[in-house]
Design a protein around this ligand. Structure first.
Ligand code: PXG
Length: 287
């Protein structure tokens, strides 16, 4: 099936969908993006993703030249045009082409790009048995330098950590913040369970406010699971009863080993399995 890629209101095939080599998105990572999922032709939490996109853009003084409503409609139309039942959507806004020089004032014409593609998922066995992660030596970006709340096109911080975990034979890495506290993983947020209480680092730990994280917090509260956003150390993860990650691609997935230490009994725990199932059903509209 040929793909229909949206660029500034027009559709292009994969080989014709191109942007300028002078685009500051390419030259400097100057731009913002979102990764969304389509389940049964419906975009999961579209409004939340669009809101975060506009907030990221605002934080970097990038004025998106279409309204929120137009952006939502563009995503929906592009998803429909591509005809995939289940898919991954990459929504990108670049600063646009300019001169060679950092100054964004020398750019014009931001590029709005929407790509709909098949989604690559973790193998089923990881959802059954959980996965192993390491703590990366690369810390998460200092919020005073480039705030992790901004989903910017510069993902080198995360990529450096990803290379470390790949080297170690793991699929994800835990990243600490500049204070040595638990922040998040390279493309996922993190939760632990200790003594029946669900805990996750707060926004000011220097993390992306994940859409999946939000949904899981809502599910936990609705299910009456005691919950708090709380600063965590690596030790807290080592001695946790359960641990899991959340993200658009991963959904909810158990972490059963970190830095060669087994978490709990080394099996996905009951609260993790419950929230994994609840999120699975929520995303797919299963009551
Ligand atoms: N932290 C970071 C740093 C992320 O990049 C999350 C947490 C989870 O957020 P959501 O809103 O997805 O629950 C992310 C999300 C990709 C890809 O293609 C990356 C993400 C999401 C989807 C796809 O690498 N990152």
């Amino acid at each position: 099936m040929s793909s229909h890629i949206y660029i500034n209101g027009e559709y292009f095939s994969k080989d014709k969908a191109v942007v300028s080599v002078f685009d500051h998105g390419l030259l400097y990572g100057d731009g913002v993006f979102e990764g969304l999922r389509v389940y049964g032709k419906k975009v999961f939490r579209l409004k939340d993703h669009i809101k975060r996109l506009y907030e990221s853009a605002k934080a970097i003084c990038l004025r998106i030249p279409v309204s929120v409503e137009e952006m939502e409609a563009a995503v929906i139309k592009t998803v429909a045009k591509n005809g995939l039942e289940n898919a991954y959507v990459r929504l990108i806004v670049t600063r646009g082409a300019g001169t060679l020089g950092l100054d964004p004032a020398r750019t014009d014409n931001p590029q709005i790009i929407i790509i709909v593609d098949k989604i690559a998922l973790y193998p089923d066995e990881y959802y059954e048995n959980g996965l192993e992660i390491i703590t990366s030596s690369t810390i998460r970006n200092h919020p005073g330098a480039l705030n992790p709340r901004i989903k910017s096109l510069n993902y080198l911080n995360n990529i450096l950590a990803k290379m470390e975990c790949s080297q170690a034979g793991c699929l994800e890495a835990l990243m600490l913040n500049h204070k040595g506290e638990v922040a998040e993983c390279t493309a996922d947020n993190i939760f632990i369970v200790r003594n029946g209480k669900l805990l996750t680092p707060p926004t000011d730990a220097g993390i992306l406010e994940g859409v999946t994280r939000d949904a899981v917090m809502e599910l936990a509260i609705a299910a009456g699971i005691p919950f708090a956003e709380q600063a965590l150390t690596r030790h807290d993860v080592y001695v946790a009863d359960e641990c899991f990650m959340t993200g658009t691609a991963a959904e909810v997935i158990a972490v059963v080993r970190i830095d060669n230490r087994e978490i709990g009994d080394g099996r996905p725990g009951p609260i993790t399995r419950d929230l994994k199932d609840k999120f699975y059903n929520l995303a797919r509209g299963i009551e």
